[in-house]
Design a protein around this ligand. Structure first.
Ligand code: BDR
Ligand code: CA
Length: 312
């Protein structure tokens, strides 16, 4: 299986992404999960990761707490989307599995430095602070990373937290800048694709009809999650952002995109965290990311439903 590290700020959609990864042991080997401040503060995101591992029956997964705030700017949270806990919706028990000692950034650096060159895939589901910091702490990790697959940014669908910027990039634009300038191969799942992966009533009902604890929890998570977005974009259901990252690793054939140059806005307050995507190649900048803009949404939800049905 392909070795991966998941970096995340759960978040209902992060939770579904983690479950999808845990449901793919033949394809993915999860070396660890690092939590970051994002949708809610770090003490909640790290706890939410442990709640999800326990829901999946995987208290053995190493979970680390990473950075509690962005590199330069003050933190921004999104309780208006995810609720006070970040995982509002289902009533998940308090986790009993322990957080691993040590800092998430140290775990990233140590795990990468001990690995073969170009061997580890980093799945980034929140603000990019932990990876941005790891790149500063030990630039040599670049050689160890096979690729970074991240949910963030937007091209035509420019923003959701501001008119110009998507949440994950807006929260820590300096970390995002470090990642996009690092030279690591990047696959980016922007709003352009996630706004095509919508949690329609019918799709959520399929999770519920699995009749398992995971199926019910996912239906309850998504039932809460869509309250914020439903109707807002003139669509039925909310964008299921983060699971696109894991689905890409399992079924790249479900997606289409283009290799282009992406820069991060870190100066203008008005457009802070905007991803400036050179889709039409109007600059001479070399491509640094595969930007995905198309998804077979039915295929994606079929994959999710089938995989989540494997939890009994
Ligand atoms: C991203 O921000 C968070 O609210 C979601 O978990 C997702 O990672 C979408 O902009
Ligand atoms: Ca997230």
């Amino acid at each position: 299986p392909r070795p991966i590290i998941i970096d995340t700020d759960p978040g209902q959609d992060d939770a579904v992404a983690i479950l999808l990864a845990l449901a793919a042991p033949e394809e993915l080997s999860i070396l660890g999960i690092t939590a970051v401040a994002g949708n809610v503060p770090l003490p909640l995101t790290e706890k939410n990761v442990r709640k999800i591992c326990e829901l999946a029956g995987r208290p053995d997964i190493p979970v680390y707490a990473g950075c509690a705030r962005p590199m330069v700017r003050r933190g921004v949270t999104a309780e208006h989307v995810h609720g006070r806990t970040g995982l509002d919706g289902p009533d998940l028990p308090e986790p009993t599995m322990a957080l691993r000692p040590g800092h998430g950034v140290d775990f990233l650096v140590e795990t990468l430095m001990a690995a073969h060159d170009a061997s580890i895939t980093l799945c980034m589901l929140g603000p990019l602070t932990n990876l941005g910091m790891a790149l500063v702490r030990e630039p040599a990790i670049v050689n160890k990373i096979r690729d970074v697959v991240l949910m963030g940014g937007g091209w035509r669908e420019t923003g959701n937290i501001t008119p110009a910027a998507e949440f994950n990039i807006h929260v820590d634009p300096h970390a995002a800048h470090n990642v996009f300038e690092s030279g690591v191969p990047i696959t980016m799942m922007p709003l352009d694709v996630t706004h095509k992966a919508l949690t329609t009533r019918q799709r959520v009902d399929r999770f519920k009809s699995l009749g398992t604890p995971v199926g019910t929890a996912v239906a309850d998570l998504l039932g809460f999650f869509e309250r914020f977005d439903e109707g807002k974009y003139g669509t039925d259901g909310a964008p299921l952002h983060d699971p696109c990252v894991i689905a890409w690793l399992l079924r790249p054939d479900l997606f289409k995109g283009r290799r282009v140059a992406v820069e991060i806005e870190t100066e203008s307050e008005r457009t802070m965290g905007m991803t400036v995507v050179d889709w039409w190649g109007v600059t001479a900048r070399p491509a640094n990311a595969l930007v995905i803009d198309q998804i077979d949404a039915d295929g994606f939800f079929d994959l999710l439903t089938e995989r989540l049905s494997r939890f009994r």
